[in-house]
Design a protein around this ligand. Structure first.
Ligand code: IFM
Length: 453
């Protein structure tokens, strides 16, 4: 089997990155609204205040997706648009927007995939301690349960949180993302534990409030590891490399197992417990039981990886990249192998169906004199990556779908609008949208279920 017959070809976005209408219709402030107002935090002072104005133009955007043959759309709900204070009173106008979006998608035969948290922490909750406060387990799960109740008659697939590695690592360790803090390492472990508990409690409550059976997963990220050769020792080295925790305490959030083992295996990985022991909060068996609520699928965001070989000392070694190694406009390495070996190792360890919840690249896209956007780089990149994913599926990895990041150019966090990840070009002066060459190419991929790859 190449790609499954019911494989879902999708596009992904997140609320703050595209919606705009940051202060309209009763939306509360979130930490990104606040962060972008601080001088020097975001490239050239950009913000998501207007972004792609998707809040007002979502019907046009859904129509463009339909034109591209998109089957699934993964978007996030901005918590503070629905609950301006994070808890309490519902903002009916904000809720209405998401209902209209979901209805529009369903009418276009595009399946909605909802992410509950793609980094828009309501500022009112941040003031109460945000992820540091144990009460966030209730705050988040109440919000999640509400969304499940509201949307479960129309939406089947939900993701709790997107990329905890980033929102803890970049938000609270390096401080390049909102809320822009550098807190003691000890605090980041406490926040991470709360994130996992909030995930678990959300899963539990969502299943109770949903009007019918829903499917729930999570969408972590990480750099994948792939073997230098197909010799068993290199494969083992790549596996070890991917599944070991990061010994660098200032960068500890970048690993797979610290986040995923508790969810799928009910325990933190042993190497992490050893390495991080001086910084860990109290973690009870009840906490672990909550975190490891059964979930229905594993979402993984994959952009690149490292080539690994077995060292003479029996430890994995990173193979240095050759000079002039291909890279994206953001400087990220182009490593298609990660879309074979990443899902392969994750499936081997967690035995859960997998969705690639994000994959893509930023390019220096421009509108050519013919009025089109010729992003051959993106097509080449995606072709290489998707071939590898197909190969993984052929080798028995249970891959259910692929969500390209991103549907359209958008606000790339601290780089503002400097980077373009979309298959749809957005002219931010006029809000004109142009489907790039890659969008037409993707339409063919979808139509043929990736057969020609
Ligand atoms: O734009 C981001 C997205 O919000 C989270 N994953 C990575 C993307 C590209 O940097």
């Amino acid at each position: 089997m190449s790609f499954r017959n019911d494989f879902v070809w999708g596009q992904a976005t997140s609320a703050y990155q595209i919606e705009g209408a940051a202060f309209q219709d009763g939306k509360g402030w979130d930490i990104w609204d606040v962060f972008c107002k601080e001088e020097g935090k975001v490239f050239e002072g950009h913000s998501g205040d207007v972004a792609c104005d998707h809040y007002h133009r979502f019907r046009e955007d859904v129509a463009l997706m339909k034109k591209m043959g998109v089957q699934g759309y993964r978007f996030s709900i901005n918590w503070s648009r629905v609950f301006p204070n994070g808890t309490g009173t519902v903002n009916e106008k904000g809720l209405k927007f998401y209902h209209e979006l979901v209805d529009e998608l369903c009418a276009a035969n595009i399946e909605p995939y909802i992410t509950l948290y793609h980094w828009e922490l309501p500022y009112e909750l941040y003031k109460k301690g945000g992820w540091m406060n144990r009460e966030i387990v209730e705050w988040f799960s109440d919000y999640a349960a509400f969304i499940a109740k509201e949307f479960s008659d129309k939406v089947t697939h939900f993701f709790t949180v997107n990329e905890p590695q980033c929102f803890i690592g970049l938000g609270y360790m390096t401080g390049v993302h909102a809320p822009g803090l550098k807190v003691p390492v000890r605090d980041t472990f406490l926040m991470a534990h709360h994130v996992l508990m909030a995930h678990g409690m959300a899963v539990k409550k969502m299943r109770q409030t949903a009007k019918r059976d829903i499917l729930i997963g999570i969408a972590p990220t990480g750099s994948m590891s792939y073997p230098d050769t197909e010799r068993p020792e290199d494969i083992e080295a790549a596996r070890m490399h991917l599944m070991q925790v990061n010994p660098d305490l200032q960068n500890w959030t970048w690993n797979v197992t610290w986040w995923s083992d508790p969810i799928f295996r009910g325990e933190y990985p042993e190497d992490g417990l050893r390495l991080y022991k001086d910084y860990l909060p109290t973690m009870t068996p009840e906490d672990m039981k909550l975190i490891s609520q059964p979930i229905d699928f594993y979402g993984q965001n994959i952009y690149n990886g490292n080539r690994i070989r077995m060292g003479k000392d029996g430890k994995p070694e990173v193979v240095k990249r050759y000079d002039g190694f291909p890279k994206t406009a953001l400087g990220w390495p182009v490593t298609p192998e990660c879309l074979y070996w990443g899902p392969y190792f994750l499936y081997e360890r967690y035995q859960s169906p997998i969705y690639i919840t994000e994959n893509g690249l930023s390019c220096h896209d421009t509108v050519s004199s013919d009025g089109k956007v010729h992003d051959q780089n993106r097509i080449d990149f995606l072709e290489g990556y998707l071939k590898q994913l197909k190969h993984a599926s052929e080798d028995g990895v249970d891959i259910r779908g692929y969500f390209h990041w991103s549907l359209m150019d958008n606000f790339e966090w601290h780089s503002g609008y400097a980077d373009r990840f979309g298959m749809i070009y957005v002219d931010y002066r006029t809000q004109e949208r142009i489907i790039k060459d890659s969008g037409y190419w993707y339409e063919k991929v979808i139509r043929e279920n990736g057969e020609f790859l």
